[in-house]
Design a protein around this ligand. Structure first.
Ligand SMILES: Nc1ncnc2c1ncn2[C@@H]1O[C@H](COP(=O)(O)OP(=O)(O)OP(=O)(O)O)[C@@H](O)[C@H]1O
Length: 232
């Protein structure tokens, strides 16, 4: 379970000595239960990426707390965060962030190599997963030889390979056409149903919000739950 309490964040901007502080998140509280899909919808600049960076420990909040499975992660050191991310999180990005010089197989294998898993075990796990996301025909392709939807499948497989409990997704369908978007959203829903993975998805896209158990809206750093669809 992810429990965010009264989280606020400000950035200092401008030249040294004459900086301005801008308040980007204001007293954000939310609870995401295990196995839920939560979407956070909001206009550009509303603070979505900042919230995701706080949830994943890449930035430290100005105030407030984050607990994950009862652990106060917001008090973690950088080293503790690095270990925690590798054990608990998978990440999916709008622009896929695959390594161009590695094949499909190698991109998905990389997190297992980092974890020190044996080559034969890596091969078994990667092939099983690539088959389950429909990519077994594209194992030896490089990212630039794949469609956008196929690249996003590779990045989803890479996020899943370490069997994370939580996947944090930043605009996962933002670069896809509407047909491919439907495919990727149904894959996310299927993984959520079959494996009970928790998804936190930040997006402009109301189609993503439709597959969610909980929909949050960020407006100028203020988070509200539910609400009507907004034009973003
Ligand atoms: N490192 C930073 N330093 C200073 N200001 C920042 C920094 N990161 C973000 N901001 C500011 O915080 C505000 C929220 O940015 P954020 O990227 O969280 O919004 P967003 O909702 O994710 O937007 P988008 O949908 O365009 O990605 C913006 O005004 C942005 O300029």
């Amino acid at each position: 379970m992810i429990n965010v309490k009264q989280l606020s964040h400000s950035f200092k901007v401008g030249k040294k000595g004459v900086e301005n502080e801008i308040s980007v998140l204001k007293n954000v509280s939310l609870t995401i239960n295990k196995g839920e899909i939560a979407s956070i919808v909001g206009r550009s600049g509303s603070g979505k990426s900042t919230l995701l960076h706080l949830l994943s420990g890449y930035i430290t909040p100005t105030a407030g707390e984050i607990e994950i499975n009862g652990t106060r992660v917001s008090a973690f050191s950088e080293k503790e965060w690095a270990k925690f991310r590798l054990e608990h999180f998978g990440f999916i990005f709008q622009n896929f962030q695959l390594i161009p010089s590695l094949t499909t197989f190698e991109n998905v294998e990389l997190p297992l190599t980092l974890k020190g898993i044996e080559p034969s075990e890596r091969k078994k796990q990667v092939m099983e997963l690539l088959t389950s996301v429909g990519l077994n025909q594209h194992v030896d392709h490089y990212p630039n030889e794949l469609s956008g939807g196929q690249q996003q499948r590779v990045s989803i497989a890479r996020a899943l390979i370490t069997k994370p409990e939580i996947i944090l997704a930043d605009e996962p369908t933002g670069s896809l056409d509407s047909e491919t978007e439907k495919d990727i959203l149904s894959l996310i829903k299927q993984l959520n149903n079959e494996q009970g993975i928790t998804f936190v998805i930040i997006t402009h896209d109301e189609e993503v919000a439709k597959i969610s158990d909980q929909r949050y809206e960020l407006q100028d750093g203020v988070l509200t739950k539910g609400g009507d669809s907004i034009a973003v």
